[in-house]
Design a protein around this ligand. Structure first.
Ligand code: DLZ
Length: 151
């Protein structure tokens, strides 16, 4: 259940404190992402907490609070599905650029697990659920741990 071309990373989380922050839209896919991140963090030995925010737009400010509050890294998870409104672009851009800014400004890693999708099936394929092809929650958690080792 790995994306083609994805790396094998150092996933020893011993000594790290990590905040998982998940949005709340599209709950079946979101729950898959959260479960994948939690499984990975439990296996890594990291200490972690899980927090929920309303939508992906709120991920950057919550991530900043967690990192400034002492977390070594964040795993940011969200599901944004393209609809008939401009909201898709607005929310996707705000989450992506906001998380980038927070990571660079705090100097701490954010594993990016925000799925931007054309339809629900794409999310089900990536959510780490039974029958999924990929586990993006796990990938985001692994990226957060591996980058924390570099910094
Ligand atoms: C408004 C909105 C829309 C249209 N779609 C999504 C979505 O697909 N995924 C998501 O995580 N959040 C969505 N939101 C909510 C915004 O992220 C935000 O929570 C609200 O605009 C309130 O600030």
């Amino acid at each position: 259940m790995s994306a083609e071309g994805s790396p094998t990373l150092d996933v020893d989380g011993t000594g790290l404190t990590i905040a998982v922050i998940g949005a709340s839209w599209h709950d079946v896919i979101m729950n898959g992402l959260i479960d994948g991140a939690v499984r990975t963090l439990e296996a890594s030995g990291a200490t972690f907490t899980v927090h929920r925010v309303p939508g992906s737009f709120e991920l950057p400010v919550a991530s900043r609070a967690a990192l400034e509050g002492g977390a070594d890294a964040v795993v940011a998870l969200g599901v944004i599905i393209r609809g008939g409104t401009p909201h898709f672009e607005y929310v996707s851009d705000a989450a992506t650029s906001g998380l980038t800014q927070v990571s660079v400004q705090t100097g701490k890693p954010i594993g990016f697990g925000v799925l931007t999708l054309d339809d629900e099936q794409q999310g089900l394929d990536r959510a780490g659920l039974p029958g999924s092809k990929e586990d993006k929650g796990r990938e985001a958690a692994e990226a957060a741990i591996a980058t924390a080792h570099v910094l």
